[in-house]
Design a protein around this ligand. Structure first.
Ligand code: DGJ
Length: 739
């Protein structure tokens, strides 16, 4: 039993293997937070865990309960206007303009398992009887008839709790939901660092770590996408927590639109965490009998450091979020033509790509942007999902056949949500483009966004994409999204529904994904948004992997993949070798280093393989063989961060993957700038079995796991790269195998 209920005192103790989450009904009938952290015993009295002491100048519940002061209390889903002046978890406006809601406890229900949300939202699930349990606490407001269901699903084996809220209007007037967050967590002090993943295009998810401070800190997005700039995932860790020890909470949101992560340190130096849809640019009209379901928020706690937190979250997603058809499936090694050709493609070129790819051992060819409409550059044709017969005179079917004939898979790029003004689609349906009445659309890459809140748009896209996928036996779809929404307006929505637009847009995206997945259960989807601009759990529910970044320079990628690894497992990260000098920064990195970085994820190539000399092809062949041998490890192994590229003390960074049985590990050590006569370097392995003996890179001598982890493995100096002549950007791989 993961959910233990004390019926007399209305206390709910949610237990996972290593954590406890305790809440209870308070005197005012709302739900209070009692404790979240390392597992504690069950008890019938948690008074010690509740900070309660009368304070002056703070409103009380009423004159008989002078010491019940909401501002002082840790709560689970705080409302506004009754004496707690911190940011609330929700807010509702009545028809008369009143914004005060009084919730009262009505009852609870515990169900075994965890089913998917029915509201067209991506969500977690427990299909495999992994002992999940769900607690639903029902609260109602007598005056308005608003019913609020607080949902907690407990996943005991991964130390994860998933929260969401459902609002149901059982009254007779329309209520406006101005704020409806997914998770609130009130913590008893403020001694935490906030780790969040900040960035920009081509520089996604860079680790940023600072102590939280008095007042409110917020990260979020108003771009109608989770964004390159901030990721919904964040961590609160004790100041002394590092990769291997210490307490840390990880939070994430199963959502791809506007979000907010807010951390408020109040006057008593307690901390309130809020996670959910960004209330700015949000309001939902809740008519009588209507429901609103928030997205789910995931929270997890580790007392053993950040590596452990990332590992438990990663395994949780692979088991309880990702499409089960692909969750444990090895992902194909692919060649994508984009960086090699951009729009300059035709059947002949792609066929010769496929033939060379086959020689190297690559398993899938992905035809990127430019195969449709009249698209020869980025100024036209988005929305016209018909094959460009000038480039592919026999259609894509012919190319598909020859690729399949080679025993390879065929993947295709789409950017479904977009429309070019120079397109047949725009000429036919100018009203489908998002723009505010009387305003001009703001261009980006010559393209605009389709109004995905409209059913007719979703239906059109489904029909046209399904036809291409079906007619051409497409095995994989790369779903790109290269701009955010400006002039947000839903032409089909009434004036008082306009703030529903952002959420309805994302629901439309999800609806299209779902329809395609239902029709093509064996097609693997990869999401992309100018690289990693929508790298979030909402997308991962439909598309089990994502293009991590448009930046394929190995040195930059180390940072991007290292940062991403805090919140997401390797199986979600597309990682490719591209040409040098790198298209974005002109850097020359050795081919071996580009491979040593790209191995840690869903491996592939993104360069003109038809123009390479034989020695490079031969090296690539070896890379592919090597990756195939360790593919399960690289995609699904336990990932350990060892030395951070964000730490400027040294010129090295390293990481490692280990298999479940601790029999095989592959570690990589990367050198940034070479320093003459540099100090000695040791690689400290992690996650090995102390008592097993390992051979490293087939050394003649085996070392015990404890020695490799505690004393480290001596790394001999780096050699010059044969092609560049430089020692900069060199790297070494260490394969440790138990004897
Ligand atoms: C942005 C993506 O991130 C690239 O990989 C490529 O697909 C281009 N779009 C194509 O327009």
């Amino acid at each position: 039993m993961s959910i233990n209920v004390n019926e007399d005192k209305l206390l709910f103790h949610l237990q996972t293997k290593n954590t406890s989450y305790i809440v209870g009904v308070m005197e005012n009938g709302e739900v209070g937070q009692i404790y979240y952290g390392k597992k504690v015993h069950q008890s019938d009295n948690y008074d010690n865990l509740q900070t309660r002491e009368w304070r002056n100048c703070i409103p009380s519940l009423d004159n008989d309960h002078g010491d019940f002061q909401l501002e002082m209390l840790k709560q689970e889903y705080a409302s506004f206007g009754k004496g707690d002046f911190r940011k609330p978890a929700f807010q509702v406006t009545e028809e008369n303009g009143s914004r005060v809601t009084v919730l009262n406890y009505e009852g609870y229900q515990v169900t075994s398992g965890k089913s998917r949300l029915e509201a067209g939202l991506p969500s977690t699930f427990d299909d495999n009887d992994d002992d999940a349990e769900t607690l639903t606490i029902k609260l109602t407001d007598d005056l308005t008839g608003l019913t609020v269901f607080l949902n907690y699903s407990v996943f005991p084996n991964q130390d994860v709790i998933v929260r969401s809220t459902k609002f149901v209007n059982q009254g007779s007037e329309t209520l406006s939901l101005n704020r409806a967050l997914s998770l609130q967590l009130d913590l008893p002090d403020k001694e935490y660092d906030l780790l969040h993943f900040h960035g920009s295009w081509a520089r996604e998810r860079e680790l940023s770590r600072d102590a939280i401070h008095d007042g409110i800190q917020e990260i979020g997005s108003l771009r109608t996408a989770s964004s390159h700039q901030e990721n919904p995932f964040f961590i609160l860790a004790r100041h002394d927590t590092n990769e291997d020890q210490g307490n840390a909470f990880g939070f994430n949101l199963v959502y791809s639109g506007n979000f907010i992560d807010s951390v408020e340190v109040d006057q008593y130096r307690t901390t309130r965490v809020l996670v959910g849809i960004n209330p700015e640019e949000f309001e939902w009209q809740l008519a009588p009998n209507a429901e609103f379901q928030t997205p789910e928020a995931v929270v997890s706690f580790s007392d053993s450091g950040l590596n452990q937190l990332s590992q438990q979250l990663g395994k949780f997603y692979e088991k309880h979020l990702v499409n089960p058809n692909f969750a444990n499936e090895l992902r194909p090694i692919l060649i994508n033509n984009w960086e090699a050709t951009e729009f300059n493609i035709n059947e002949e070129k792609l066929t010769s790509f496929a033939k060379t790819a086959k020689k190297i051992g690559i398993e899938m060819l992905v035809l990127d942007d430019g195969w449709f409409g009249k698209r020869n550059d980025d100024t036209s044709s988005l929305g016209d999902w018909k094959v460009n017969l000038d480039k592919f005179p026999s259609g894509l079917g012919h190319l598909s056949e020859s690729i399949h004939g080679l025993g390879m898979k065929f993947g295709l790029w789409f950017e479904p949500e977009m429309i070019s003004q120079n397109s047949d689609l725009f000429r036919e349906h100018p009203e489908w483009l998002i723009v505010a009445p009387g305003r001009k659309p703001t261009p980006q890459r010559h393209q605009s966004v389709l109004d995905m809140s409209r059913d007719d748009v979703v239906e059109y896209l489904f029909e046209s994409m399904a036809k291409i996928i079906e007619d051409n036996q497409i095995d994989y779809v790369k779903w790109d999204m290269n701009r955010n929404i400006t002039e947000a307006f839903g032409a089909k929505l009434s004036a008082d529904q306009q703030l529903e637009f952002g959420h309805r847009y994302i629901l439309g995206v999800y609806a299209l994904y779902q329809k395609l997945i239902d029709k093509f259960p064996n097609v693997l989807f990869e999401s992309c948004a100018s690289g990693g601009g929508r790298f979030d759990l909402g997308m991962m529910y439909y598309a089990p992997q994502a293009w991590t970044s448009d930046d394929t320079d190995a040195m930059e990628r180390i940072k991007i993949q290292y940062g991403t690894s805090y919140g997401y497992p390797l199986s979600m990260m597309g990682a490719h070798i591209s040409a040098v000098p790198n298209g974005l920064n002109g850097r020359q990195t050795p081919l071996s280093t580009r491979a040593n970085v790209a191995y840690f994820g869903d491996f592939g190539y993104e360069l003109d393989i038809t123009s390479l000399d034989e020695s490079i092809i031969a090296e690539m062949k070896q890379q592919v063989e090597f990756y195939k041998e360790y593919r399960r490890l690289f995609q699904f192994g336990k990932f350990y961060r060892i030395e951070s590229p964000y730490d400027n003390r040294g010129s090295y960074s390293s990481w490692e993957v280990v298999d479940e049985n601790q029999d095989v590990a592959v570690a990589a050590l990367y050198q940034t700038m070479q320093r003459p006569n540099d100090s000695y370097v040791r690689l400290y392995f992690k996650g090995l079995d102390e008592d097993k003996q390992y051979l490293v890179n087939n050394d003649s001598h085996a070392y015990y796991g404890d020695e490799l982890m505690n004393a480290g493995y001596f790394v001999s100096h780096f050699n010059r790269d044969e092609r560049t002549g430089s020692v900069d950007f060199q790297s070494q791989l260490f394969v440790a195998k138990a004897k």
